[in-house]
Design a protein around this ligand. Structure first.
Ligand SMILES: [Zn+2]
Ligand SMILES: [Zn+2]
Ligand SMILES: [Zn+2]
Length: 113
């Protein structure tokens, strides 16, 4: 039985609790632990995130939520993403440019809360 830890809820769950598809590289180049690729987050968390995205999108469409034109990390002006540190707080949003946003998710930068 393969298990995986969900970084969102910190539970260790069987991989069947994650959305997954066959891992074509299993046993090959990398030392992948499981024979399937899975979403990082468990199914429950994925659901929570999807719900939240819809909420935020709706709020933005209705003008209740306005994205600034500047990244709150590097102050660059451009396309701004809403980043959530906590998906259960849909309106606690950190506005980041595309590159800072991916850096945050890859652990290259940390945001001081
Ligand atoms: Zn989870
Ligand atoms: Zn930035
Ligand atoms: Zn994010």
């Amino acid at each position: 039985m393969f298990t995986k830890e969900c970084p969102r809820c910190n539970r260790t769950l069987p991989v069947s609790e994650f959305n997954g598809r066959p891992n074509p590289d299993w046993g090959k180049r990398y030392n992948h632990k499981t024979p399937i690729w899975t979403d990082t987050r468990c199914r429950d968390c994925t659901k929570a995130v999807t719900k939240l995205r819809i909420k935020v999108m709706k709020a933005r469409r209705e003008g209740r939520l306005k994205a600034p034109d500047r990244c709150s990390h590097c102050q660059q002006i451009g396309r701004i993403h809403g980043h959530h540190e906590d998906y259960y707080k849909p309106f606690d949003i950190i506005w980041l440019c595309v590159s800072c946003h991916s850096n945050v998710h890859h652990g290259n930068i940390t945001l001081n809360a």
